[in-house]
Design a protein around this ligand. Structure first.
Ligand SMILES: Cc1cc2nc3c(=O)[nH]c(=O)nc-3n(C[C@H](O)[C@H](O)[C@H](O)COP(=O)(O)O)c2cc1C
Length: 320
């Protein structure tokens, strides 16, 4: 990828400014299915795996997804193997990927988030050595305080600026600067800018936005809620203008980088998110159709930058 696209996300060097959104791309499963091993090419500049929690989770009852006009509603409910199995089996494989790793973490209380990050941190010390400064270019944490599909914890922290600040500070104690600490925000609030500001002031090195918008699907036959989890989270092109507004509002108040996401499916979407203030963008639902989309969007972004005679940093926040 051309040096025109080279960028940094906090302490992390990225070959290009496009990554995946957590929960929408399973690189290890894909590699296993394709029989890939070793230094295979990845379609993202940094990889964000699915959210990991303290204990294993089965996720919500089915049905868990529904397609709607210009998007999808999911009520997956954070199924995952739990941090014990994650650090034993998954993390070592993720550290072999040819790109930096951003581990996405959730909990049902502040202490649980901190414990999960501590467990990841201890495992990293075994894998990478105890000097945390040397981890900074390779691994970061994203705190998911925004999942609309679990009963407690997660989203109740993400809708309260003081709780976001307390959590960010507590995690910073065990995941110190310069390590990347991104806080992933929910759009299901009145003022997302104040949530981002709380994260920044408490020591976050980036904010990710947005997670999904809380929604409901009605079963057309029974006229009852269709999804097993009753409500779900809307993603895809339907939310793009809403997400752009969030990025625009947050960029006006924070100095830390924004990882922008919400309905990104083509290069023009990437350009618009960056113009609104995102330094890096993430592909979510659109990656289900084409897992190689992030890398392709980056290639096309370079063409747009050439055509418009813009550098990446000139594009970021141009609307402001
Ligand atoms: C099926 C599905 C699963 C998701 N799982 C997670 C998750 O585990 N952790 C998380 O932080 N976000 C999760 N998300 C939210 C996405 O990362 C992203 O924030 C959201 O979908 C908006 O982007 P999009 O419109 O491009 O999909 C999930 C989204 C979808 C559609």
């Amino acid at each position: 990828m051309s040096s025109r696209l080279h960028t940094h996300l906090g302490p992390m060097f990225l070959e290009y400014p496009v990554i995946n959104a957590s929960g929408t791309l399973d690189l290890l499963e894909t590699a296993d299915a394709l029989g890939l091993d070793g230094d295979y090419r990845v379609p993202v500049a940094a990889y964000v795996p699915k959210t990991v929690t303290m204990l294993p989770r089965e996720g919500n009852p089915t049905p868990r997804v529904a397609e709607v006009a210009a998007g999808m509603v999911n009520s997956i409910g954070l199924p995952n193997e739990g941090v014990k199995a994650f650090v034993a089996d998954t993390l070592p494989r993720l550290l072999n990927l040819t790109c930096p790793l951003i581990v996405n973490v959730a909990g049902f209380s502040r202490d649980e988030y901190v414990s999960v990050v501590e467990r990841v941190s201890r495992a990293l010390a075994d894998e990478l050595g105890s000097d945390k400064g040397t981890w900074a270019p390779r691994v970061g944490i994203e705190l998911n305080v925004s999942c609309p599909n679990v009963d407690s914890g997660c989203m109740s922290i993400g809708t309260d600026a003081e709780e976001i600040a307390r959590l960010t500070q507590a995690v910073r104690d065990v995941w110190p600067t310069p390590l990347l600490l991104a806080v992933k925000l929910t759009p299901n609030v009145t003022d997302i800018a104040s949530m981002a500001l709380a994260a920044e002031e408490a020591g976050a090195s980036a904010v990710s936005l947005v997670n999904t918008f809380k929604g409901l699907i009605v079963d057309r036959d029974t006229l009852k809620p269709y999804l097993g989890g009753i409500t779900g989270g809307l993603s895809g092109p339907a939310i793009k203008p809403l997400a752009l507004r969030c990025v625009f509002e947050v960029a006006a108040v924070v100095d830390i980088p924004i990882i922008g996401m919400g309905g990104i499916a083509c290069t023009q979407d990437v350009v618009e998110f960056m113009a609104c203030g995102a330094s890096v963008v993430a592909v979510g639902a659109a990656g289900f159709v084409d897992p190689w989309l992030p890398a392709r969007l980056a290639e096309e972004l370079e063409e747009v930058l050439c055509e418009r005679s813009l550098t990446l940093s000139e594009l970021i926040g141009k609307i402001h």
